[in-house]
Design a protein around this ligand. Structure first.
Ligand code: 13P
Ligand code: SF4
Length: 353
């Protein structure tokens, strides 16, 4: 379970909120930016209690927000699990649309809000319902696993969901059940990295599956942030920081993944840094996460080697989060049949450890 981030959240007034944020974000956020942010954070935390709301914050939220208002922080998998268990009346998802949709599927009778209605994702945009139906016809009998970074209508067409935290476990589960071919959508690189983990073949649809081998059939879209990391980036970092441990998200290209020391979900990377002693760490992922890790673990040395910000995550601000609470915007609405059909693959995912 992620940590309960009660410190700034429980501050009794604006002054104390500011003091705690300064303590946490010293050297991470410019000092002059903090007073207005502390004012916003205090108002959000007060209103959150009045509305019996819970705020879930993805690891890519900007540091002042991340360290001041979420009740829980985490990766997509952890936040899905928490949203399935909350007793709050209102869930505010400080993350992107597909994450808030997952929370809505798990809580159809609750108000689920996303602070910026246009916070999308290049992966979720890259696949539609018709694509999945066509793939099922092309590969009859192959189960469909969809990455959580898809819209609910696409999840409703699939057999299992997965996140970067459990993709390998979900596909292994299906291979162990006797399936030789698994359709894995939509992230091409995550699919290839999962195939490498399982020593399985990879076929890019509409290629045929490899004869006589377990095969993952993938689709041709990528994360617009992680696809930008290159082999040359890793080589240069190794040259400049030979003692650093390099960690990367599995949405990076397989050639990049082959060169790094650890691959994992945002939670996986956080846990690694918490638990493994190294002279310094470099994260190849959305760049805000390094700031959040540096604030969380001041005794760890982070090399800030990246400026790749996800433009979708960047839409979620403290101002927008306050507006979400004040106006109950933007509510996630999904058709009843989509909620019903998307629930099964999400529940199956949550059941696999
Ligand atoms: P995690 O599930 O690892 O947090 O990743 C979500 C995401 O959008 C990565 O780009
Ligand atoms: Fe989507 Fe990539 Fe942004 Fe994650 S970082 S939300 S995968 S575009």
């Amino acid at each position: 379970m992620p940590e309960d981030r009660g410190i700034v959240q429980d501050a009794p007034n604006v002054e104390e909120t500011l003091r705690r944020m300064q303590a946490k974000l010293n050297g991470i956020v410019p000092e002059f930016e903090l007073p207005p942010k502390a004012e916003l954070a205090f108002r959000i935390n007060r209103m959150k209690r009045e509305r019996n709301a819970v705020i879930l914050g993805h690891n890519y939220m900007e540091p002042a927000l991340f360290h001041s208002v979420p009740d829980y922080t985490g990766d997509s998998l952890e936040l899905s699990r928490i949203s399935a268990q909350t007793s709050a009346d209102v869930i505010i998802f400080c993350g992107v649309q597909f994450m808030a949709e997952t929370a809505k599927v798990l809580n159809p009778n609750k108000t689920v809000l996303i602070p910026a209605e246009k916070a999308g994702c290049s992966l979720a945009e890259g696949i539609g319902v018709e694509d999945v139906r066509r793939l099922r016809e092309q590969y009859p009998g192959a189960p469909v696993v969809t990455y959580v970074n898809t819209y609910a209508a696409v999840k409703a067409e699939s057999d299992y969901c997965c996140t970067s935290g459990n993709a390998t476990a979900v596909v292994r589960h299906l291979f162990n059940q006797g399936y030789d071919h698994v359709i894995f959508l939509p992230d091409d690189y995550l699919a290839r990295n999962t195939a490498a983990d399982l020593d399985a073949a990879y076929a890019a649809a509409p290629e045929p599956a490899a004869p006589g081998r377990k095969t993952i059939i993938g689709w041709n879209v990528r994360c617009e942030v992680h696809e930008l990391y290159t082999i040359q980036d890793v080589e240069r970092l190794r040259e400049q920081f030979p003692d650093a441990v390099i960690l990367a998200h599995p949405e990076c290209h397989p050639d990049v993944i082959a060169l790094v020391d650890y691959k994992g979900s945002t939670k996986g990377m956080l846990d690694y840094i918490r638990n493994e002693d190294a002279p310094r760490y470099i994260l190849l992922t959305e760049c805000t996460m390094a700031d959040n890790v540096a604030a969380e673990f001041p005794h760890r040395e982070m090399v800030r080697a990246c400026n790749l910000r996800c433009k979708h995550m960047n839409l979620i601000t403290l101002e927008q989060t306050l507006a979400a609470l004040e106006n109950l915007q933007y509510a996630i609405e999904l058709p009843g049949d989509i909620i019903e059909r998307a629930r099964l693959p999400i529940d199956r995912m949550l059941a696999i450890r």
